[in-house]
Design a protein around this ligand. Structure first.
Ligand code: NAP
Length: 485
């Protein structure tokens, strides 16, 4: 069971109202779920701005962490990311603390919400990897003018997110999964996701699988969004695609989400704390109410989830209490009027009820990875802080490696080869990648050779970054520079 049941048979949920408009949208969802007789015991906890202000840099106090460990299910309002105090986003802290590795964002056309896409039948889910990739935020200022961000993607992370996408397709009776990557350029990181997708898809023969390059995916989402069913993608790409997706069906006021892990699930709207509307009773609570529908399905309360979802759809369809983001300020109804109307509509069905049958989602467990293939060490990339012109640098480094196990393989600047010269008109910056290749690749790490090489560089060329060039079986574990033959 992905949740905890108390002594009265009710399911425990940690409720974090959050910042800005958070308390209003979470109160709306709670009121509706209570009216729908959802068997939930709420545990109220804090996180976000008030916690940062009290001096806790993580923004998530220990009593909140303790509650989540016990309940394993959270309904959360948006949390402000502090500017000027505190360091990390409390949202990202929560996602990483509980390894909620999947971010699920349904994108569906809603009745009564007019958009340029109305009538196209958009009904897709974006499955975004949630803890790896550039969002790990591992960054370094490497020289006075060059910064680096590490894009780390693992086989474990790729396999879990891809399996989850296929399991979600199964649980929701969906027929097709697209995998959106930038594997044409980022052959190792994004390529790992593509390769994993191609392998795992064979285990789901009843579901159509297709790879798509992410920029084309963004383009196709605008052109013909109805062609998509499930899209699985990496963290940064998913962040962008899912905001694009929410814009297709009415905007942030309508976009729900779930952060799923093996132990904990956190349900929240995609939108932020919209501080200018805080306490004004004017914002649209639909996104958080639909997030609570996802929560109900996670609690295996499928019938109550259907009732709440249908009540929301009737409310939108009849448009008796439209919110400010749909009809503008002058004629809009309040957040509380919308909430009360949803409660009145519990038990009613919309003109076109949703046809989907939902089943419990089978969460992928930590996969057993195959034994690693034989590894060979082929060389070393040393990143130097220098502005010495490539021709001169090449000549100097060639004589520097004489008598060592290395030869000079090439020099590049921001990924473009500058030595041997190609005639490329590269803007040089103070960050130079030098490839030293072992004359004879070896099976054990060549410590002595590396020490000799770094010793020779010392005092002449400051370096700030090293990468070991390795081959895993027949797979070359590093890329070539732009311009290499
Ligand atoms: P935002 O809070 O999402 O608001 C941006 C705009 O979206 C609002 O000004 C409003 O547009 C519209 N909007 C958002 N929620 C709405 C709703 N429920 N109903 C109707 N319209 C809605 O984004 P932000 O201003 O960039 O971020 C504010 C704070 O929220 C930041 O501190 C940010 O870090 C945080 N944040 C938190 C989360 C999270 O907790 N998961 C997510 C995103 C951002 P109009 O101005 O056009 O009316």
């Amino acid at each position: 069971m992905p949740y905890t049941v108390d002594a009265h048979g009710k399911k425990l949920v940690t409720l974090i109202p959050g910042d800005g408009i958070g308390p209003e949208v979470t109160a709306a969802a709670r009121k509706i779920l209570t009216a729908a007789h959802a068997p939930i015991t709420w545990e109220d906890r804090t996180a976000g701005a008030s916690v940062f202000k009290a001096g806790l840099a993580s923004g998530v106090p220990p009593e909140t962490v303790e509650s989540i460990r016990r309940t394993r299910v959270v309904l959360k309002g948006p949390l402000e990311t502090p500017v000027g105090f505190g360091e990390k986003s409390a949202n990202v802290t929560l996602r990483k603390l509980f390894e909620t590795f999947a971010n699920i964002r349904p994108v569906r056309e809603l009745p009564g919400v007019r958009t340029p896409y109305s009538g196209r039948g958009i009904d897709l889910v974006i499955v975004r990897e949630n803890v790896e990739d550039l969002y790990a935020g591992i960054e370094y200022q490497q020289t006075p003018t060059v910064a680096e961000s590490l894009k780390l993607m693992s086989r474990l992370g790729c396999e879990k997110i891809v399996r989850l996408a296929f399991e979600l397709a199964r649980a929701e009776g969906r027929k097709k999964v697209h995998c959106a990557t930038k594997a044409n350029i980022l052959k190792l990181t994004e390529g790992l996701l593509k390769k994993t997708f191609e392998e795992v898809s064979r285990e789901y023969p009843e579901i159509e699988s297709q790879h798509i390059i992410v920029d084309n995916c963004a383009h196709q989402l605008v052109k013909a969004p109805e062609q998509f069913d499930v899209i699985v993608t990496s963290n940064m790409n998913g962040d962008i695609l899912s905001d694009e997706g929410s814009a297709l069906v009415g905007g942030l006021g309508f976009a729900p989400s779930a952060n799923l892990g093996n132990d904990v699930a956190i349900f929240e709207a995609v939108h932020g704390s919209a501080p200018k509307y805080a306490g004004k009773n004017v914002i649209n609570p639909t996104a958080l109410i639909l997030s609570s529908v996802l929560l109900l399905r996670h609690l295996e309360e499928f019938e109550i989830a259907r009732r709440v979802e249908e009540a929301v759809l009737v409310t939108l369809e009849e448009a008796k209490v439209p919110t400010r983001d749909v009809v503008g300020e002058a004629v809009a109804s309040s957040t509380s009027a919308f909430t009360d109307e949803v409660i009145r509509n519990l038990g009613r069905s919309p003109g076109k009820p949703p046809r989907r049958e939902y089943r419990p989602l089978k969460m992928p467990q930590r996969p057993t990875l195959p034994a690693p293939p034989l590894r060979q060490y082929e060389g070393l990339d040393v990143f130097l802080e220098t502005t010495v012109p490539p021709g001169k640098l090449g000549a100097e480094l060639r004589s520097l490696v004489e008598g060592t196990p290395f030869l000079l393989g090439g020099i590049s600047n921001r990924g473009t080869r500058t030595w041997p010269e190609t005639g490329a008109m590269t803007d040089l910056v103070d960050h130079t990648q030098v490839r030293f290749l072992l004359r004879n690749p070896v099976g054990d790490f060549p410590s002595e050779a590396v020490r000799t090489l770094l010793g020779r560089l010392e005092g002449r060329y400051p370096w700030m970054h090293l990468e070991v060039l390795q081959r895993f079986g027949t797979f070359q574990g590093y890329t070539r520079s732009q311009g290499d033959d």
